[in-house]
Design a protein around this ligand. Structure first.
Ligand code: ADP
Length: 476
């Protein structure tokens, strides 16, 4: 089976969030199911230079005013199709924005990606590679299923995965033509969205199947609190919606085999204490008698960082420590920096993005905090499980599906893999941090919890089989 995966980001080439991790991990995960997946992304500045053996496999003489071509090359064992269109993708800033904000032509930039993907799916590349399935990710690729629906699909089925419903690709309705959508797409069942146009919505309406990245988030998306305006469209397609968890790329994330740390395993946890001591030193903290919590996150409202700032004083006073790595909303960065200034012995904060440091944090921490208000799947709680860094999570979305919260019953059955709280507010988070302090004091229970967490299956095996089953059902 052949699948064309279409997205705006893919590890190791370009990443701003978890989407890139998932898109980059899927080809290897699905290879075990005998699926040949190629990944199509825009050739942002520098991407072509990272591809080995790049050659042209498709071209369009007028993609938004200029010539565009598709370059096929290899990176990290996967075949990438990079859409080379410098007029659209060579920008000074990031993939979506620069210092002055979002690029004005983002709708067209990603319509071009979707257009090329649909064309390749329909007709194949120059060398005769044609997929059975087009798998689109998020709003940036939302128009690809729509183009297959409106302009002919050449026998190809489409899947759209929602990684985060907060990003909907909303733009003015006057762009209908520019985005190459037909007039009959302009209705509230398809592209029209409160007078505007949403590329995610039209993708949701036209894809043959919809997936999202956890079973709980799939349920949540049909409710107004989580659907963010698209709950009706999604509920109307409930029969075509599946929640499939993400997995962890175990080549990159394994405490037994991580060049950034002193390696350890559930059988030999001693080096984890060395990693803890080194992390405390790296952040310049003093003695931390209680649990050392880590946070690696975008600093946004979604991630509940404001709740954390409120709950921190009691946690620190009780002996807990915190090291945080992230960047995002200025007021949250300020709040966290203020906490580090107030408790320099117990709280350390790095504003920025640092992959290597994040590994040292997952290895050295006792617990990883993920107090998200909503979390489609979440990756950091799964890294926490793998590294025996007990996840403390809000019971929402994928956090709910990956962590079994400690309770007297789950602890006695040795089923608990973390701490889970609900509702997502400051009071419940404070309660979860008290539970963390308490469990950490009981060394026997704590060690059992750590070891049980490390046994949790966060591999891609289950998810890959679920995608395979979905693709097969579409082709049947
Ligand atoms: P989201 O995609 O909503 O940001 P996820 O938990 O799904 O959240 O994925 C976030 C990914 O980005 C994880 O791999 C996490 O480790 C990584 N990450 C987030 N912030 C940073 C940072 N400041 N430095 C290094 N890695 C980060």
């Amino acid at each position: 089976m052949r699948v064309l995966s279409v997205a705006s980001e893919c590890v190791p080439l370009i990443k701003t969030g978890g989407l890139a991790d998932v898109v980059g991990a899927l080809p290897a995960a699905l290879a075990s199911q005998k699926i040949e997946m190629r990944v199509m992304i825009p050739a942002y500045k520098g991407i072509l230079e990272s591809l080995v053996g790049a050659e042209e496999v498709w071209a369009d003489w007028n993609l938004y005013g200029e010539h565009a071509r598709l370059m096929k090359g290899e990176v990290a064992g996967m075949t990438v199709l990079a859409l080379d269109a410098p007029h659209l993708y060579h920008r000074a800033g990031g993939p979506y924005a620069d210092a002055s904000g979002d690029y004005w032509d983002n709708p067209e930039r990603f319509a071009a990606l979707s257009w090329a993907a649909a064309a390749v799916a329909r007709d194949g590349t120059g060398e005769g590679w044609k997929p059975d399935i087009l798998h689109a990710h998020d709003w940036q690729a939302g128009l690809a299923p729509a183009y297959l629906r409106y302009h002919g699909n050449g026998g190809v089925k489409s899947v759209l995965t929602v990684h985060n419903i907060a990003f909907q690709g909303v733009t003015g309705g006057d762009r209908l033509n520019s985005l190459r959508l037909p007039w009959h797409a302009w209705n509230p069942e398809h592209a029209e969205y409160h007078g505007n146009l949403s590329t995610l919505k039209v993708g949701l309406a036209t894809a043959d199947a919809i997936t999202t990245v956890s079973p709980t988030y799939a349920e949540e998306l049909m409710r107004p609190e989580f659907g963010m305006g698209l709950e009706g469209v999604i509920a109307a397609r409930a029969n075509d919606l599946t929640g499939i968890l993400n997995g962890v790329d175990e080549a990159t994330w394994s405490p037994e085999n991580d060049p950034e740390i002193s390696p350890y395993s559930a059988r030999n946890l001693k080096p984890k204490a060395e990693n803890r001591a080194r992390l405390i030193e790296e952040f310049g903290l003093g003695d931390v008698p209680g649990p050392l919590a880590v946070v690696v996150s975008r600093l946004t409202w979604q991630k509940g960082i404001d709740l954390l700032a409120d709950a921190l004083p009691a946690f620190v006073a009780a002996g807990g420590g915190l090291v945080l790595l992230g960047s995002g909303e200025p007021h949250l960065e300020t709040a966290m920096k203020a906490a580090a200034e107030r408790w320099p012995e117990r709280v350390g904060v790095r504003i920025g993005y640092d992959e290597a440091l994040s590994h040292r944090m997952f290895a050295g921490g006792d617990a990883v905090l993920v107090p998200s208000r909503f979390e489609p799947c979440g990756l950091t709680q799964m890294y926490g499980l793998k590294y025996g860094t007990v996840p403390v999570v809000a019971a929402t979305g994928g956090l709910n599906d990956t962590v079994i919260g400690a309770s007297p019953a789950s602890l006695s059955a040795n089923a608990a893999t973390g701490i889970s709280f609900h509702p997502v507010d400051g009071i419940a988070l404070a309660g979860a941090l008290r539970q963390l302090l308490h469990l950490y004091q009981d060394r026997g229970t704590w060690t059992r919890l750590v070891k049980r967490a490390m046994k949790a299956d966060v591999s891609w095996d289950g998810p890959a089989a679920a995608y395979h089953a979905l693709y097969r059902s579409l082709l049947a």
